[in-house]
Design a protein around this ligand. Structure first.
Ligand SMILES: [Fe+2]
Length: 360
C-alpha cells in the first residue's frame, strides 16, 4: 500500500514539476517577446526641420509619459536628401517639417512609408493627411493678409481683390518662389485654373509697392513704415511679434497691423501645414508610431498652438486665446494633396510673369 502511495506521490510531484517547468518556459518565451518589444520601443530618432524651442517641450512630454527616448537632429535644410542618401542605413524614424511641398517631396522621393493608424485618422481630418498615410499634418498655418489699421478701413478681403486697381503700389510680399507663396498660388490654380491665375499674378505684380523681398515679418515692418498698406503673410508671425522682446520694435510693428482672413465668406482662407512622415526604413517603427500618435493628441496639440500660435490640426483643441483674438479661421476645404499638385506650375507662372522683378 505504502509503495502504491509513494508511486502516486512521485507521479504527482513529477507532473507538477514538469507542468510548472513548461509553464515557466512559456512565460519565459512570452517575456522574451515583451523584452523584444520593449527594446524596439525604447527609442526613436527624429530628423526635424522644425526648431528646437517648439519641438523640445512636446518631446519631453512624450518621454515623460512613455519612457521612450527621443534623439533629434535639427536642420533647416537638406534633411530629406540626407535620409535619401543614407538609404537603408538611415537611423531616422520620423521626419518633422513645415510646408506641404516638403511632405510631398518625401513621398515622391520614396523616403516615406505608408502608416495606418486609427488614432491618427481620428485626430487628423482627411483633407490634412495623405490618403495612403504617406504624410500627416500636425498644425495649420493660414496665409492671410496683414493690413494697416490706419490706412485700410475694410475688414474683409479676397485673394482675387489683390489684383484690383485700388491696391496699385500698396501691396508687399516675400518672393513668389518661396514655398509659402507657391502654396497659395497653387491653391489659386486649383480653384481658378492656370489662365486665370496667370492674369491674376500679372495684375498683383502690377500692384506691388516694391520688389518681393524679406520674410513675412519684414512685410509687417513695411506696413508700419508706410511702404505698403497690405501684405501677404502667415498668421503665427503676428503672435511671435506681439510677444517679441520690447527693444526689437516688433511689438510696435505688429500693433500697426490687423489680420484679414481672405475669402472667409467664400471658398475659405488658404492654409499650409507643418507635418510628419515615417521614414521608409525606420529602425523603430513601433515607437515612431507612438510618437506620431502623441504628436496628434490633444496634449501635444495644445503645446503647438500655445508655443507657436499655429492652428491645431486636431479639431478638439481650440487655437490659443491670442490666435482667437485675430478672428475666426475658415480654412479652404480643398485637400492639400490636390493643391500641391500645382506647385511646379505655380513656380513656372511666377517666373513667366516676372513676379519677383517687382512692379512694372
Ligand atoms: Fe514660417
Amino acid at each position: 500500500m505504502f509503495v502504491y502511495f509513494s508511486l502516486w506521490a512521485f507521479f504527482c510531484f513529477s507532473f507538477s514539476f514538469f507542468y510548472n517547468l513548461s509553464t515557466e518556459v512559456r512565460a519565459h518565451e512570452h517575456n522574451k517577446e515583451d523584452v523584444y518589444e520593449l527594446s524596439e520601443s525604447r527609442e526613436v530618432n527624429v530628423y526635424s526641420y522644425r526648431q528646437p524651442q517648439l519641438i523640445e517641450p512636446i518631446i519631453n512630454a512624450f518621454t515623460e509619459k512613455t519612457g521612450i527616448k527621443v534623439r533629434t537632429i535639427f536642420a533647416s535644410k537638406g534633411l530629406i536628401e540626407r535620409v535619401a542618401a543614407e538609404g537603408r542605413n538611415s537611423p531616422a524614424d520620423l521626419l518633422l517639417t513645415v510646408d506641404i511641398s516638403r511632405l510631398m517631396k518625401g513621398m515622391q522621393m520614396g523616403v516615406s512609408q505608408k502608416v495606418r493608424s486609427p488614432v491618427l485618422e481620428a485626430n487628423i481630418p482627411k483633407q490634412f493627411r495623405n490618403g495612403d498615410g504617406y504624410w500627416f499634418a500636425l498644425s495649420l498655418r493660414a496665409r492671410v493678409i496683414y493690413a494697416s489699421r490706419m490706412r485700410v478701413p475694410q475688414n474683409t478681403i479676397t485673394y482675387s481683390e489683390l489684383s484690383n486697381p485700388e491696391w496699385k503700389g500698396r501691396v508687399c510680399t516675400r518672393s513668389g518662389q518661396h514655398s509659402y507663396s507657391l502654396g497659395l498660388i497653387s491653391s489659386v490654380i486649383a480653384h481658378e485654373g492656370v489662365d486665370k491665375t496667370r492674369q491674376w499674378l500679372r495684375a498683383v505684380r502690377g500692384n506691388l509697392a516694391r520688389k518681393p523681398s524679406g520674410n513675412d515679418r519684414n512685410q509687417i515692418k513695411s506696413i508700419f513704415s508706410g511702404e505698403c498698406d497690405i501684405a501677404l503673410g502667415n498668421t503665427y508671425y503676428m503672435g511671435l511679434m506681439e510677444i517679441a522682446k520690447k527693444d526689437t520694435g516688433q511689438r510696435k510693428w505688429a500693433k500697426s497691423v490687423k489680420i484679414l482672413f481672405p475669402d472667409a465668406n467664400g471658398r475659405g482662407t488658404h492654409v499650409n501645414v507643418s507635418g510628419m512622415f515615417m521614414v521608409k526604413d525606420a529602425p523603430h517603427p513601433k515607437s515612431a508610431l507612438k510618437l506620431m500618435e502623441f504628436l496628434s493628441s490633444e496634449e501635444a496639440q495644445r503645446i503647438y498652438s500655445g508655443v507657436n500660435f499655429e492652428y491645431p490640426v486636431n479639431q478638439n483643441i481650440n487655437p490659443s486665446p491670442r490666435v482667437r483674438n485675430w478672428g475666426e479661421l475658415k480654412a479652404d476645404k480643398l485637400p492639400l494633396d490636390h493643391i500641391s499638385k500645382h506647385h511646379r506650375t505655380a513656380s513656372e507662372l511666377v517666373d513667366e510673369v516676372g513676379f519677383d522683378e517687382g512692379p512694372y
